[in-house]
Design a protein around this ligand. Structure first.
Ligand SMILES: CC(C)(COP(=O)(O)OP(=O)(O)OC[C@H]1O[C@@H](n2cnc3c(N)ncnc32)[C@H](O)[C@@H]1OP(=O)(O)O)[C@@H](O)C(=O)NCCC(=O)NCCS
Length: 223
């Protein structure tokens, strides 16, 4: 039985944190592509792309090329979103983790070790609803692939919930995408409830119908 230790982030964690973050973001590109393949709108696009050159110029080569182009575009859409997300975060809050997360009230960044080895991380930032309700937002939840399915993310969720409770927050909130099914299952299993979903508005996100999903956990829950 391995020993899990959750502790605050320190400078020497950066390369491991960055690697896990990049890998964790990039792995969703392929899931997004497979989800896009299940959409009727994209099948219609491929069928039209196949039939049009066949009927108009009688070229099977052009017909196949059209389908390949649609497939490549769909692949690139998912890739663009998740690779772009990682690049943006690394230039933003993750550029200087101690400055962003460890020196400000209501912020924090934890890593989790299994027998002394870095295996996961999570972060918290303060968040206020329009009426002034004080919440904590859970961010940067990632567990190394070889250590998944052992309850590590649940421990990290509880760390953030406990932090929010100590800070006098009403709830822990977060957003993720509907393609991240392990994450959405995780949050539900811990007791978060989905408050709403919304389709992303960018052109490439619309092509693959990417959706944000928002969760909330009321910290007075006993689960
Ligand atoms: C989501 C993630 C953090 C889960 O980490 P984990 O340590 O494997 O999760 P746990 O072992 O604590 O599992 C907790 C619950 O999550 C759900 N879950 C975890 N992995 C799952 C999977 N592959 N498929 C379906 N549900 C899954 C289950 O409901 C599980 O509860 P159960 O074991 O009682 O059924 C991990 O898969 C990950 O890092 N994914 C990539 C990055 C990511 O999507 N992060 C979320 C950003 S919002």
């Amino acid at each position: 039985m391995s020993t899990l230790t959750v502790r605050q982030y320190k400078h020497s964690d950066f390369s491991a944190v960055k690697k896990l973050f990049i890998e964790g973001c990039h792995e969703h590109a392929s899931t997004t592509f497979y989800q896009a393949l299940r959409l009727h709108q994209n099948w219609l696009l491929m069928i039209l792309g196949f039939l049009l050159p066949l009927v108009t110029v009688g070229s099977i080569l052009l017909a196949i090329l059209d389908v390949v182009v649609v497939l490549v575009v769909l692949w690139l859409c998912g890739r663009k979103f998740f690779y772009g997300y990682a690049t943006h975060a690394l230039a933003d809050d993750m550029k200087d983790i101690p400055k962003y997360y460890l020196q400000r009230e209501g912020y924090n960044y934890w890593v989790v070790e299994s027998d002394g080895e870095f295996v996961g991380m999570v972060a918290a930032i303060p968040s206020y609803l329009p009426g002034g309700e004080k919440n904590t937002e859970l961010k940067r939840m990632f567990v190394d692939q070889s250590h998944r399915g052992k309850g590590i993310a649940k421990v990290l969720c509880r760390t953030v919930i406990e932090f929010a409770r100590k800070k006098g927050c009403k709830a822990v909130i977060l957003s993720t995408t509907t393609v991240q099914t392990s994450a959405t299952n995780l949050y539900r299993s811990v007791g978060f409830r989905c408050t709403h979903t919304s389709y992303m508005t960018g052109f490439t996100q619309r092509l693959i119908r990417l959706q944000w999903i928002y969760f909330r956990y009321d910290v007075n829950n006993s689960k």
